[in-house]
Ligand binder design. Sequence first.
Ligand SMILES: [Zn+2]
Ligand SMILES: [Zn+2]
Length: 237
Amino acid sequence: MDYTVFADYHTHTYYSHGKGSPRENVEAALDRRLERICVSEHGPGHFSFGVRGKKLEKLNAELLDLRREFAGRIDVLCGLELNVMGFGRSDCPKGRDAYDIIIIGYHKSVPPFNKTALGVWGESLLGIKNDPHKNAEAILAAAESCRANIISHPGLYLKVDVPYMAMCCRQLGILMEVNSARVTMTKKELIAVKQAGCGLVIGSDAHTPGRVGDFELASRAVTEAGVWDAVVNARPV
Ligand SMILES: [Zn+2]
Ligand SMILES: [Zn+2]
């Protein structure tokens, strides 16, 4: 059975370190015949790419205008890709409920505001051997604190216990992302996510309009693992 992905919930623009405008991302999504497009810029806690303050307000206003303009043709969603700032901490700005989609992921270039973040930071920056189970707990607690909808690229920069994360995500109603810029979960892990009853979501993580709706790498991984029926933004064609 063939599947088509009808929504891209993970795209960036020039508001952070992407290349295109929000409008260009929306137009690219229309060209790709997507039904929904979300601009999910890096959260304010990211040193270099974080969108904050007036710039974030401007972006959100622009997305609302685009939503009105494109209504009936494509759903334009307002999102953010937040950062894990420590154990159970995110950089969620005020007004969480104004966002349609909250993604959270572990990124570098984020200061550890909380010493319990050492478990998260240890491996990539401090050389401390850490525990994939604890890393998963740190990220899950941060995801819960901001009521995240999606955990982006699980395992990127930092090993996580994927089956455990999937079990918790199912209970919390959080989706795990199959990132199409770089697939971060193995075939075995993707199967474990499905077996845990957790939903998967494919995201392009596009940083240029040309990559909006580019689901090639993720689709290949999902096909190899045979887990299409767990992907919430895909349907059989
Ligand atoms: Zn990311
Ligand atoms: Zn991203």
